[in-house]
Design a protein around this ligand. Structure first.
Ligand code: BG6
Length: 502
């Protein structure tokens, strides 16, 4: 997020090295985001993009593969590729074939970066981006340190690390310890792509730039909060990854917790990265240790979606026929602080659900009924504030209004704000702001070591318990549904119900 007034300025000249240059993430998100930055004139004035991967490609073939892929992406809905911004990005690209575990790769990289710097005056600045499988994160930092690439007399060296950052508390701690032997915390950018979403960044603006929300943002006024991240897709070709991950690890301590933090954090004193991150970490630390009775899980079976047959999770490629890995999870979180004690945060996420939707729904306490006792009104509908994160980005407020006519009747009506009506946004993949922030050195939207560890610590009791005790009744929800019945029970117990996924 640029904090300087006026339009954002191009970041300082630098090189960016992508490990995993031929992977999906590079093709689908990182390079398209760089292209969008180029279109907005927000690439560094002198820029070198170095791809490193084990495949034997040349500068030319890497560049043209990425170009073709970008064109396919644009063909499916976005604008056509524009020549000038592509030329600026394409001419910055070079490719180094190399094994991530071979020290020779890093010596080669070092020479290459020195040459680029001498030719382009990059100020010694290098951003290393790990778009690789997570098992390489630790070894890559070690190898870069050994090749003396994590220090420079002239400029900065930063490292961007994708998720998953660890698989549980212990492994996340071990990874932090390992990388922080060679890097200072302010050189590490642990990315969570949910924070690249404008609607997620907007939560801070909504809460702290308006006088009307913050005074009611607490347990006096709020009954409970529901956070839903529903997906229609199954696990696609990621069976192997998913079998060792599951919905809880894949989505909760990272993406869903980011939404919890934005929703629940205390106002920071400034946008200084550490001021913001400290407030978020406090939320995770305040999460009451999760009891097993407050966590339920599900796995999708075979069925149909939009009239087409779909396989059950256990029939997906690279998935065990008797797998107990969850594709759905719902939790009831309690946050033990003065603002939120007594306000449950219900979280759910799953694959193959009825609709793709991500939202934070805040239910306010009801108005007293007395005035309406002797009227045809049987009950007062609830007030909800719904932050629609994706795909129909917006904010909806639900409140009661008198239906026109002589009789007193109420209707729960909605007031809507839609991003697309108000803002003319250029197409974005959600990584643009995050990459820009890495170039300018703004870590506000990235995870600090203590945040990551506190989030793992909060879910660890459930991870441990589920490891010991597989469920018997998997699969337990149909594709295209709202998830398993046990998720409904979780709220029914408290006299509440989920909002419909539709
Ligand atoms: C990823 C998960 O981090 O986030 C995926 O690994 C999930 O399983 C994805 O589908 C969801 O992201 P988005 O931006 O499509 O909501």
């Amino acid at each position: 997020m640029s904090m300087s007034p006026g339009s954002p300025k191009p970041p300082p000249s630098c090189a960016m090295v992508i490990f995993g240059a031929n992977g999906d993430l590079t093709k689908r998100l990182v390079v398209p985001a760089l292209y969008n930055l180029s279109k907005s004139d927000l690439l560094p004035p002198q820029f070198a993009l170095v791809g490193v991967d084990h495949n034997n490609k040349t500068d030319q073939t890497w560049r043209s593969d990425l170009h073709d892929f970008l064109e396919q992406l644009s063909g499916s809905g976005g604008a056509k590729i524009e020549q000038a911004p592509w030329d600026k990005l394409g001419s910055a690209m070079s490719y180094l074939p190399g094994d991530f575990t071979d020290p020779a790769t890093f010596q080669k990289l070092r020479r290459h970066l020195d040459e680029l710097d001498a030719k382009q005056q990059l100020g010694g600045n290098v951003l290393f981006y790990f778009a690789t499988a997570d098992r390489f994160f630790g070894p890559l930092v070690d190898a870069l340190a050994q090749a003396d690439l994590l220090k420079s007399d002239k400029g900065w060296r930063r490292v961007v690390i994708e998720k998953p950052f660890g698989h549980d508390l212990e492994s996340a701690k071990a990874l932090n310890t390992r990388i922080l032997k060679s890097l200072r915390e302010d050189q590490v950018y642990r990315i969570d792509h949910f924070l690249g979403k404008e609607t997620v960044q907007n939560i801070m603006a909504l809460r702290f730039a308006n006088g009307m929300f913050e005074p009611i943002w607490n347990r006096d006024r709020i009954d409970h909060v529901q956070i839903t991240v529903a997906e229609t897709l199954g696990i696609e070709s990621r069976g192997k990854f998913y079998e060792s991950t599951g919905a809880l690890r894949d989505m909760v301590p990272n993406h869903l917790f980011q939404l919890v933090a934005m929703m629940a954090m205390e106002p920071p004193t400034s946008f200084d990265p550490d001021a913001v991150r400290a407030k978020k970490a406090e939320v995770f630390k305040a999460v009451h240790p999760l009891a097993l009775t407050n966590a339920v899980r599900g796995q999708y079976g075979a069925g149909t979606m939009e009239g087409k047959p779909v396989r059950g999770y256990r029939e997906e490629d690279n998935v065990a026929k008797d797998s107990f890995v969850e594709t759905f999870v719902a939790l009831r979180l309690s946050i033990d602080n003065w603002r939120w004690a007594g306000v449950p945060f219900y979280l759910r996420t799953g694959k193959r659900l009825a609709k793709r939707t991500t939202e934070i729904a805040i239910r306010f306490r009801e108005a007293p009924y007395m005035l309406f006792r002797d009227t045809p009104v049987d009950e007062l509908g609830a007030n909800w504030l719904i932050l629609q994160i994706q795909p129909d980005e917006g904010i909806r407020l639900r409140f009661n209004a008198k239906r026109p006519g002589p009789e007193l009747a109420l209707e729960n009506v909605a007031m809507d704000f839609r991003y697309s009506d108000w803002f003319k946004q250029s197409p974005a993949v959600g990584y643009e702001t995050l990459l820009y922030d890495c170039f300018t050195g703004d870590a506000t939207l990235f995870q600090r070591a203590d945040q990551v560890e506190a989030a793992w610590a909060a879910v660890e009791p459930v991870l441990d318990a589920w490891k010991q005790k597989p469920v018997e009744a998997f699969p337990n929800y149909a594709p295209g549904s709202a998830g398993p019945a046990c998720a409904d029970e979780l709220l029914k117990r408290d006299g509440r119900a989920w909002r419909a996924i539709r």
